[in-house]
Design a binder for this molecule. Structure first.
Ligand code: LLP
Length: 412
């Protein structure tokens, strides 16, 4: 997707990112449609003849053009808030193509999801089952429920994005699930449709994903055998991408692992991938605004992008590759790449070996297609940055830069 070209600099699918920077200014996000398509198709194809559904996790990147692109490829949607449900609807998803997840859904949200008739509400607690049952029974309808189970499995990812341990707030302990499912079959307002599990994100080994998938599949098969008419088992998302040189499992291998774990069953195999579809498709373009050497100390490269545009390094100590758009001659030297925000955690890299950089140079921060723009903030009254999509050799603006007036519109 991204190629280096000495004179005109770095390109995304043939488009010189310097051209995008000139037109939109920096900081700005640039995505490759081809990379998203390839990733989606790889997952889709890997299921072979197995009945499956790929619910794209909108939380990773819900810019309308990206969501529409995935809709066009045949994806379904995983929405984690009413805002995301509405984005999915606006992008053309039918309610029956949307699953609604979230650890703390309000009664108003449950009611809206119920009345829309979403494919499944992924329920996270016995209390939520009660509330949903009451809401549905009072309206004479049935809620389609997938129960999220917590299998107490360590995803071996960053603790901030691990969700499958019993100490995490997510799901119901898997040992309680059978009882809750059997209870659901007797409730007037509930139709159990599936088992759901999601143990975390940026998972870089298949073993925990396989274990969780097996646990969910065994439960689902047992329930079917006990006469609970389930339709699907949903394995969540979580497959990591290669932010650095450490290899990660291939998308195809992940799907094969899930299919194997599912065993002999007619259930639809659902997944909710976010990062593994869009993560590698995005880069953040930024301009060097200052370079300073502390005598006998560090070299700071200060960018016009910071934690307001890309929160991951500040939140998780996340690693992202950084490189100049045009490489200047000279030996690489260690640098701290930092943003302009008044917080010391506003740092993209520490002691990173980088070629010489001067004020005005363009740099890219890679692999920011997932949990990049969506986690942006307007701290320090910094308007949200624009986003561009490269497709078929040309680029278009898919979100323009917010203006200060727009930012202040809500205020008196
Ligand atoms: N399904 C559920 C229920 C989830 O909670 C998530 C992610 C996904 C699917 C999609 O997971 P993925 O395939 O993208 O790993 N902000 C963090 C990641 C938070 C993930 C939250 N849940 C980061 O920047 O690493």
């Amino acid at each position: 997707m991204v190629s280096a070209h000495q004179e005109q600099g770095l390109r995304v699918d043939g488009v010189a990112v310097a051209d995008v920077a000139r037109a939109l200014g920096t900081p700005c996000y640039v995505y490759s449609a081809a990379s998203i398509r390839d990733a989606y198709r790889e997952l889709d194809t890997a299921f072979g003849a197995r009945r499956h559904a790929i619910h794209y996790a909108l939380k990773a990147n819900s810019t309308l053009a990206i969501v529409r692109l995935l809709k066009g490829l045949g994806a379904h949607a995983d929405a984690n808030s009413m805002g995301e449900v509405d984005v999915a609807l606006r992008c053309g998803f039918a309610p029956h193509e949307i699953v609604f997840t979230g650890v703390g859904k309000s009664v108003a949200e449950l009611e809206r999801a119920l009345m829309l008739g979403v494919h499944a509400i992924n329920v996270e607690s016995p209390g939520e089952l009660d509330r949903l049952d009451q809401l549905a029974a009072a309206r004479g309808v049935k809620a389609r429920v997938a129960l999220r189970v917590n299998p107490d499995i360590d995803a071996e990812s960053h603790p901030h994005i691990s969700t499958g341990l019993r100490d995490n707030k997510f799901g119901v302990p898997i040992a309680l699930a059978s009882g809750l499912f059997l209870d659901m079959t007797r409730r007037p307002g509930l139709t159990p449709v599936g088992v759901h599990v999601h143990i975390g994100s940026q998972i870089t080994t298949l073993a925990p994903l396989a274990k969780a998938a097996e646990a969910a599949s065994v439960l689902a098969r047992d329930l079917c055998a006990a006469g609970v008419p389930l339709e699907q088992v949903d394995f969540g998302g979580g497959l990591g991408i290669a932010y650095d040189d450490t290899p990660v499992p291939e998308r195809t291998a992940w799907v094969r692992t899930l299919v194997e774990a599912a065993g002999a069953t007619d259930l639809t195999l659902a997944i909710e991938p976010g990062r593994s579809i869009v993560g590698a498709a995005g880069l953040l373009l930024s301009t060097v605004v200052d370079v300073k050497h502390v005598p006998g100390g560090r070299r700071f490269v200060v960018l016009d992008a910071g934690m307001t545009e890309l929160m991951r390094p500040a939140l998780y100590g996340a690693f992202h590759r950084i490189e100049p758009v045009v490489v200047r001659p000279g030996a690489p030297e260690p640098a701290d790449v930092v943003g302009p925000i008044c917080e010391s955690t506003d740092r993209f890299a520490r002691d990173r070996a980088l070629p010489p950089l001067a004020v005005g140079d363009l740099v890219v921060v890679r692999d920011v297609g997932a949990y990049g723009a969506v986690l942006g903030s307007t701290y320090l009254r910094r308007p949200l940055p624009p986003e561009a999509l490269v497709d078929d050799g040309t680029w278009t603006t898919i979100r323009r830069r917010q203006t200060l007036d727009e930012l202040l519109q809500l205020e008196v």
